[in-house]
Design a protein around this ligand. Structure first.
Ligand code: PFF
Length: 457
């Protein structure tokens, strides 16, 4: 079926282009903004270990599954699932899994864009020298001012949505392949520079210990769920982003190793961000669990006190914005591809529509940091609720069903042919991981949060 078909949306030019695009999707705010602050909130080392385990045992097998399903279906996740369901002669309801993903992507982008907007605001702050010579508390004050202003946040959020939609409207391949080729090495270089700075703070070892020395008494059922949810979030799994990118993957390219490369690069960037940030937190007596503002309150201290720091600050926040952009486009691509397929409309028009709704919902997140800060659902603000719903529930649930579909519903001859791992043993291991290990792990973590097992409770 899929042998001769190409996606109507186009194809990547090579395996390397796919790796770049998928790494671009994976590496984003999740690595540099979210990973450090949730690690801080969840006690450090033990949380990091659970997260790493989830990446290896659940994330990589599911990434292989998503890419494989996308390439076989060759359409948006909704239609891909429909095609694959028919091919396997399975229950039609499986295509709702595609819907779950499209909705999750839309919800995530709405708040992702607000945080990316903060990064844009910080490019200007760095450029105008706002950090130089400032104390930690003055720098925290800068961040508090931004959070308190709906107008400023709305401005940057609007700009970010427009930029995202402008790229998606042009088709992903051309602009994206080029951008990521330059972006990843540069981001890596600046992170190394920040790590070098962190070594000079005098609290380097304290930061490293916090990040890597596990204290399992700090772990709770909720933090295990957060670690697992983050493994999905950071690898862009469970919602069809990697599936839709897989649908643009040429037929002759093998999928197995690419997933390991992508997950490895993603993990490395997150760990480097942690190694750069925690020493600065400790050296300046800041609060590790201070939440979403963490990188905006720590890194400017480094930029403010190093020689030429304004330039590195500008570069760092520009790269962060780019990293966010290359993730954002993959968040909305499944929805846009579906609109094009379903309504036969132009990409451009699909982008305008989706962009508008995402922007509107994002205003809820903007307001949740100021005007609506006391409007809560089960004790969480609008932003916190969206984050919890998507990262901790929708992505793991999507991933659970994707794993089951790839492992148990698709016919083994089809998945084997599509994966083309070239080794029966590897195929058997992968199939075991997606059919049993990944679904069971997600299920157990869910039940544990409900208090069924009472592990780490
Ligand atoms: N992986 C991205 C990050 O870590 O910032 C976020 C993301 C992108 C999540 C695409 C989900 C997704 F489908």
């Amino acid at each position: 079926m899929a042998d001769t078909n190409k996606s109507i949306h186009g194809e990547w030019s090579s395996r390397f282009a796919f790796i770049l695009a998928a790494t671009g999707s994976a590496v984003g705010l999740g690595n540099i903004w979210k990973f450090p602050y949730i690690t801080g909130e969840n006690g450090g080392g033990a949380f990091v270990i659970v997260y790493l385990l989830c990446v290896a045992a659940i994330g990589i097998p599911i990434m292989i599954a998503e890419t494989m399903m996308g390439r076989r279906g060759r359409q948006s996740p909704i239609n891909t699932l429909q095609t694959l369901t028919e091919e396997a002669g399975a229950n039609k309801n499986w295509h709702y899994l595609g819907w779950l993903g499209v909705i999750a992507g839309f919800l995530i982008l709405s708040y992702y864009s607000v945080i990316a907007g903060w990064s844009m605001a910080y490019v200007i702050k760095a450029f105008t020298g706002s950090f130089s010579g400032e104390s930690a508390s003055q720098i925290s004050g800068l961040f508090a001012d931004l959070q308190a202003s709906p107008i400023q946040q709305a401005f940057w959020h609007t700009l970010f949505i427009i930029a995202t939609m402008a790229i998606v409207a042009r088709g992903v391949q051309g602009g994206l392949e080029k951008a990521v080729r330059f972006l990843m090495p540069s981001l890596f270089a600046i992170l190394m520079l920040l790590v070098a700075y962190a070594m000079t703070t005098g609290s380097y070892m304290q930061g490293i210990e916090f990040l890597f020395k596990p204290d399992f008494s700090e772990l709770t059922a909720a933090s295990v769920l957060t670690a697992m949810g983050h493994a999905f979030f950071t690898l862009s799994l469970g919602m069809g982003a990697i599936m839709v990118y897989g649908s643009y993957l040429p037929k002759d390219i093998s999928i197995g190793k690419t997933a390991i490369i992508i997950a490895g690069a993603d993990t490395l960037v997150a760990l480097l961000a942690g190694i750069a940030i925690f020493p600065i937190v400790f050296a300046n007596g800041l609060e590790v669990g201070s939440g979403p503002g963490l990188i905006f309150e720590t890194l400017p201290i480094a930029f403010g006190s190093m020689t030429g720091g304004w330039l590195f600050g500008v570069l760092f926040f520009i790269l962060l914005v780019f990293a966010a952009l290359s993730s954002a486009i993959s968040l909305i691509e499944p929805a846009v591809a579906w609109c094009v397929e379903h309504y036969g409309i132009e990409r451009k028009h699909a982008c305008i529509g989706m962009g508008f709704f995402t922007w509107l919902l994002g205003m809820g997140t903007v307001l949740s940091f100021n005007q609506w800060s006391d409007v809560t659902f089960f004790g969480a603000t609008f932003f916190e609720s969206l984050d919890y719903l998507t990262a901790n529930l929708m992505l793991p649930l999507g991933g659970l069903f994707i794993a089951l579909f790839a492992g148990r519903i698709m016919l083994p001859k089809d998945s084997k042919e599509e994966l083309n791992l070239g080794n029966d043993m590897l195929f058997t291991i992968w199939k075991f991981l997606v059919s049993y290990v990944a679904p069971a792990a997600v299920f157990i973590v869910f039940l544990n949060v409900l208090g069924v097992f009472g592990i780490f409770s």
